[in-house]
Design a protein. Structure first.
Length: 135
């Protein structure tokens, strides 16, 4: 199965081959600023399960840390992909850019210690201070 996604202007389109690896809401400050949002919902797939369909030449990258690059459409600014040498082999994609339904439900809140005070979360999902159970 495949899940398609695109940027706001439609120039950049891509496809994920399922199964995805996770579905997490990230509250870290970097994600919040990069998206101008209270939190960012992420999924990820192995490198070879991510495919650009159109508009790859429109992409611009921003190194948000020594290890991470965030790719966005240079025309409309939509952030469509995150990769990090800290997590080699995985491509991260904002779920909000996907056009097809996800193959799983949201699983947890990560970096919940950085969550803003002005957005209340009413779900029962686990909340981790870091990336998950291990930290
Ligand atoms: Zn665009
Ligand atoms: Zn984050």
């Amino acid at each position: 199965m495949a899940i398609r996604g695109s940027c706001l202007c439609g120039a950049v389109t891509f496809k994920l081959h399922t199964p995805t690896k996770f579905f997490s809401h990230c509250h870290c400050e970097t994600c919040r600023r990069a998206h101008g949002a209270a939190f960012v919902s992420w999924t990820g797939v192995p490198d070879d399960c991510f495919e650009w369909l159109t508009g790859a030449e429109q992409l611009t990258g921003y190194r948000s840390s020594e290890h991470a690059t965030r790719s966005f459409c240079s025309r409309c600014g939509t952030h469509v992909r995150y990769v990090s040498t800290d997590w080699p082999g995985t491509v991260y994609v904002p779920v909000a850019t996907l056009s097809d339904p996800m193959d799983r439900d949201p699983e947890d809140h990560i970096h919940a210690g950085e969550a803003v005070s002005w957005c209340s979360l009413n779900d029962e999902l686990p909340r981790y201070l870091g990336f998950g159970e291990d930290d």
